[in-house]
Design a protein around this ligand. Structure first.
Ligand code: OXD
Ligand code: MN
Length: 594
């Protein structure tokens, strides 16, 4: 940046200026730059990052506007063990969060932030989570010493002048402070202070830890705020399923990480399902409020996708591939000799050689993946071929169904519907995923992940269940709640449901249940309603009848064992667990024993 650009606030908001100065006295940057979000700013920052190596250019003809970044090898994923919620009362964060007292956390992190930006520029990034002028939206300001963060925030949020304008003189913004410091894992902390509307992240350069609008603000801090203000901040995709008559049913869906949320949000129905179409509203986060019509309305607060690259292919997600052809930041992927990007699972030939995610020469016989398994793309949502025309509607979209998903090899059927909203909250609270070979931990081990919010709920999860239950009391036209499992396997461990585009068949049954359509018949089982014979449209799918029965089978013994495990899990929450959750668990057990 030129010296005239530096130190010139693009806001006259005194609260902002005072806070920036205070943080700068601690972090001691050489200069301070207030971002305006302009094209010129982007070009200058990109050029500057090429000179330092923070970013690398890619093939300008084939990947216009795209760049490559590599993180430090010890800094490739969210670090849940180093993530804290800092509230005055420990019990307020519950048994599933790490806690530190605010004075201790501020002191500990201040010692690391002290002088951490010296020799660097502090960038001041104003951003909106949500769309300008929407009652859903929240404003944040992130201070960072990383150009990678600035350029990512530029894609993931509405950033720059638009946010300065939206903020005006208000002091109502989330104070986000980030420094890479020395990227030392021993001095890495991601601390949330929901009572102060503040987030401090130090020692990391990985997106999930440092793009503070995303997991930190839009989920952890927002969940705390939403409990107080009577709305929901959820780890959910939002999609619109268009049917043959052109009617669109909006669905919000929560899945644990690595269960294909981005793929489902961008699904392309197979040719055997003509006339159906999926529109993407969001792939990761949904903010939901009760509208004047008594329905639940959802808005995606983000403006881009921060998706996992490995496994993204023409089969799994052709729309994502089209989205990332331009203006995309690739992180920790392989760079080929043609300055193209590559990752494991991408279609076409594996490059004979390249530079791997660590920046080292790589060939397919190197004996390790070229792209990190958590390599990412950051791409603007508007570039997605199936982006919903409603995605920036300040009112959001009306939600007819909520889906909770899990990865269970044998337990959960392909799909079931809860009996009512309260039972649906219970179904969400029982969500779980079994670890796969690609993940840390013991194979097959079950990780309980209620509503896929385990790493993202910024307060006591027992209170969070209560909040969901009370939203159910307030919403007069509650969405129907479903559970899906695409990952059932046979004795050999092979998936028995084809998944991907074929999942539209399940979405159709869900939408038809919401519309009360005749063909969407259901059968009552102890765990909920499952599709009756013939209710799922399986035309053109070559699946033996026995497999369909297996996909929908409810194994009473296995479910009773699950009930016992759930009792242990819920016991952790003590007396704060809502009585309704225990009552639902007892009722499930009784139905299973009947
Ligand atoms: C994500 C996650 O990165 O859920 O979206 O981990
Ligand atoms: Mn996520």
């Amino acid at each position: 940046m030129t010296s005239t650009d530096q130190n010139k606030p693009k806001t006259s908001n005194q609260t902002v200026i005072d806070w920036v100065e205070k943080m700068a006295r601690m972090t001691r940057p050489d200069s301070i730059y207030f971002c305006d979000g302009s094209e010129r700013e982007k070009e200058q920052l990109t050029a500057q990052s090429f000179t330092t190596g923070e970013l690398e250019p890619l093939n300008p003809q084939k990947l216009p506007g795209c760049v490559l970044h590599r993180t430090a090898p010890n800094d490739v994923a969210r670090t849940e063990g180093l993530t804290f919620i800092c509230t005055s009362v420990k019990e307020d964060v519950g048994p599933t969060n790490n806690w530190m007292s605010p004075p201790e956390a501020y002191k500990k992190l201040a010692a690391i932030f002290e002088g951490s930006m010296s020799g660097r520029t502090m960038y001041v990034i104003p951003f909106i989570m949500g769309v300008p002028g929407s009652s859903f939206s929240k404003i944040g300001i992130e201070l960072t010493d990383s150009i990678y963060v600035v350029l990512n925030m530029r894609i993931m949020t509405r950033m720059g002048q638009v946010a300065w304008n939206e903020l005006g003189d208000s002091s109502d913004f989330t104070r986000c402070l980030h420094s890479k410091a020395d990227l030392n894992m021993e001095r890495r902390f991601i601390c949330h202070f929901p009572e102060d509307n503040t987030i401090w992240s130090v020692g990391s350069g990985y997106g999930g830890n440092v793009l503070l609008g995303k997991k930190c603000l839009a989920l952890r801090v927002a969940s705390h705020l939403s409990q107080r203000e009577g709305w929901l901040a959820e780890h959910m995709l939002i999609l619109g399923l268009e049917d043959r008559q052109g009617r669109i049913t909006y669905i919000a869906a929560a899945f644990p990480s690595a269960c294909g949320k981005t793929n489902l949000a961008m699904l392309i129905p197979p040719v055997t399902q003509p006339g159906y179409r999926v529109w993407t509203v969001g792939d990761d986060i949904a903010w939901m409020r009760i509208g004047p019509d008594g329905r639940l309305w959802a808005l995606n607060p983000e403006a881009g996708f921060f998706g996992v690259a490995p496994g993204t292919s023409k089969q799994s997600n052709p729309n994502a591939l089209k989205t990332v052809r331009k203006n995309t930041i690739f992180t920790n992927v392989v760079k080929t000799p043609e300055d193209m990007v590559w990752w494991e699972g991408l279609d076409g030939d594996t490059p004979a050689e390249g530079i791997d995610w660590r920046g080292k020469p790589w060939t397919p016989s190197s004996g390790h993946p070229g792209a990190h398994p958590n390599a990412r793309f950051t791409a603007p949502a508007f570039q997605c071929p199936c982006i919903s025309p409603e995605w920036e509607n300040p009112q959001g979209v009306p939600i007819s169904a909520i889906i909770f998903g899990g990865r269970r090899a044998h337990l959960a059927p392909l799909v079931y519907q809860s009996f009512n909203f309260q039972h649906g909250v219970f179904v969400g609270a029982t969500m779980a995923s079994e670890r796969t070979a690609a993940q840390y931990g013991k194979l097959g081990e079950v990780r309980r992940d209620p509503m896929a919010m385990l790493p993202f709920c910024g307060y006591n999860m027992a209170d969070y269940f209560q909040h969901w239950l009370s939203m159910g009391q307030k919403v007069s036209k509650a969405p129907l709640i479903f559970h899906v499992n695409w990952f059932r396997t046979d004795d050999k461990g092979e998936f028995i449901w084809p998944g991907f585009g074929e999942n539209v068949r399940v979405l159709r049954w869900i939408a038809e249940r919401c519309a009360g359509a005749d063909r969407a018949q259901a059968r009552q089982t102890p765990i909920g309603y499952i599709p009756s014979d013939g209710a799922l449209d399986l035309s053109g799918l070559d699946i033996p009848q026995g497999t369909i029965e297996e996909l929908l089978r409810i194994d009473t013994e296995a479910w009773l064992a699950e009930v016992a495990e759930l009792r242990k899990f819920f016991f952790k929450f003590g007396a704060r667990l809502p009585a309704e959750i225990n009552a639902e668990l007892d009722a499930l057990e009784q139905r299973l024993r009947r």
